[in-house]
Design a protein around this ligand. Structure first.
Ligand code: NAD
Length: 497
């Protein structure tokens, strides 16, 4: 059985493990490796190494830092096939989707190659006679990234390129089912010339997260995961004096107006609901059909969903893989069973699906539930599986009321050909990312990503300009030089003009 270790100070590290966690291939149900679970002593070692490395790294010129990020970008391109295969083996998503998440993650590396521009400060001469003022942004120190299982490459990429390029050291805590892409990233950073200790990987589960949240040597935490854990991370991290951004779960809705192009909408809704088996925080699990278009839309989405080839992510033509675990599958099936018992219509039933040759895999076919009641857990909870629910509204006002009653506010979309309604929706939607005829409105890396309400705790969104802000502290410097013969000192607070 393969053992997956940590990466600390530029080398693989065994340390004194607190235990071992199984790493399974969700398409076969076979445990392929064991992941070392870090002890507190291992974390202490990583923090000590990172603190020492950060002090030197923060003094490395922007020219040298950006040169490393350029090399890293190229290395990620060169190794994306290898990284994608690791993701398929541990997560289960299909190969092209794994390539897609690496590509989107690489966009943050692109952005980090221009960190010199993002870190530019401001300067004002003679704010008072002979007195100048300027601003700069300095790294926060040691940043920990705690990430979910569903994007083993993209979500860590949202964090470490900007944190590192800004002069921080980074400790990545990958999700225990999907650790290997993070370790490949570590090898690539070393090859790119990043000094040892600036990027570290410390693996484990909730126990090591608890130690990260209270560790005095960690200055900031970027967290992406479910909302209940985001609350724990935010509350504990902040009460221990850390800067925290905690992105949580989602239950994204799309409104379909009666004037929408239903063929176009159905195709895009099917892709958004069932891509990555619905295990995306920007997946589309709920459609609000307005003015009686629901039944026709459900049939059209079904036509697309039925054609989706489900199977092992490396097999030819496969578009959708398994869900992450037997436990996740049981939970999702339970939610569908419950909705059915409550009288919802199962327009397409993915429960009976068996993939030949992969009988031990955690497969579930695309499922469409129509006429679901708004108190059914399959509607109110984040299902995080290949399940689309359809609810109905008579008017736009009723529909936006349903959308905004969700405690989450990650992404929201509208399908319409009416520019006025679209514009109204972009203002009305209580969500951080809004799409007009775009069901997964995930921003490119030079904009920032983040939700509202229970989908993001903390003030700043992740990556892009807000990411740079999160990973740096502002400083304002006021200066004068005696040789400029400025005013004499007085005890008064009145400013000389
Ligand atoms: P999760 O919350 O279970 O785990 C996330 C991380 O927290 C993991 O590294 C895990 O080891 C750790 N963790 C789990 N339970 C913990 C606990 N009780 N205390 C401390 N740490 C704990 O999430 P997941 O199941 O890995 O990922 C799916 C979730 O992530 C979904 O809710 C999804 O919406 C969310 N997600 C959100 C975004 C976003 O941008 N908002 C992006 C991707 C995923």
């Amino acid at each position: 059985m393969k053992t997956i270790e940590h990466w600390i100070d530029g080398v693989y590290y065994t340390g004194s493990p607190a235990g071992r966690l199984p790493v399974e291939n969700p398409a076969t149900g076979v445990v392929e490796a064991e992941l070392l679970q870090a002890s507190d002593a291992d974390l202490d070692h990583a923090v000590e190494v990172a603190r020492a490395a950060q002090k030197k790294w923060a003094k490395v010129s922007l020219a040298k830092r950006t040169a490393i990020m350029f090399r890293m970008r190229q290395l990620v391109l060169d190794h994306q096939d290898e990284m994608a295969k690791l993701i398929v083996a541990e997560h289960g998503k299909n190969y092209s989707d794994a390539i897609g998440e690496i590509q989107r993650g690489r966009e943050t590396l692109d952005f980090s190659t221009a960190i010199n521009v993002a870190l530019k400060g401001e300067y004002s001469f003679d704010i008072s006679t002979g007195v100048d003022i300027h601003t700069l942004r300095q790294p926060v120190g040691v940043v920990a990234g705690i990430v979910p299982f569903n994007f083993p490459a993209m979500v860590p990429f949202w964090m470490h390129p900007l944190a590192i390029a800004s002069g921080n050291a980074f400790i990545l805590k990958p999700a225990s089912p999907t650790p290997s892409a993070s370790l490949l990233m570590a090898e690539l950073y070393k090859e790119a010339g990043l000094p040892d200790g600036v990027f570290n990987v410390v693996a484990g589960n909730r126990t090591i997260v608890s130690s990260i949240l209270t560790h005095p040597g960690i200055d900031a935490i970027s967290f992406v995961g479910s909302t209940p854990v985001a609350h724990v991370v935010q509350d504990t991290g902040v009460s221990h004096g850390k800067r925290v951004q905690a992105l949580g779960g989602a239950n994204n809705h799309a409104i379909v107006m009666p004037d929408a192009d239903l063929d176009f909408a159905a195709q895009h809704i099917s892709a958004a609901a069932f891509g990555a088996a619905g295990e995306r925080c920007m997946a589309l699990p709920v459609v609000v059909a307005v003015g009686g278009v629901g039944a026709e839309l459900a049939q059209k989405v079904k036509e697309h969903a039925q054609t989706i080839k489900v199977g092992y992510g490396m097999d030819e033509g496969v578009e959708m893989g398994p869900v992450i675990s037997a436990k996740a599958k049981d939970r999702i099936v339970g939610l569908i069973d419950d909705a059915e018992k409550r009288g919802a219509d199962i327009v397409l039933d993915g429960r009976p699906l068996v993939v030949a040759g992969y009988e031990g895999g955690h497969f579930l076919g695309p499922t469409i539930i129509d006429n679901i009641s708004l108190d059914a857990p399959a509607y109110t909870e984040e299902v995080f599986g290949p399940v689309l629910t359809i609810v109905h509204a008579d008017t736009y006002d009723e529909a936006i009321g349903i959308v905004n009653s969700s405690p989450y506010g990650n992404g929201s979309a509208i399908f319409t050909n009416d520019g006025g309604i679209a514009r109204r929706f972009t203002l009305d939607a209580e969500a951080g990312m809004v799409g007009v005829n775009v069901p997964i409105p995930t921003p490119v890396a030079y904009y920032s990503f983040g939700g509202w309400k229970d989908s993001l705790l903390g003030d700043t969104h992740i990556h892009g300009p807000e990411g740079v802000k999160f990973y740096t502290k502002a400083k304002v410097i006021t200066s004068r030089w005696p040789s400029e013969r400025t005013f004499a000192a007085t005890l008064s607070f009145q400013r000389e003009e």
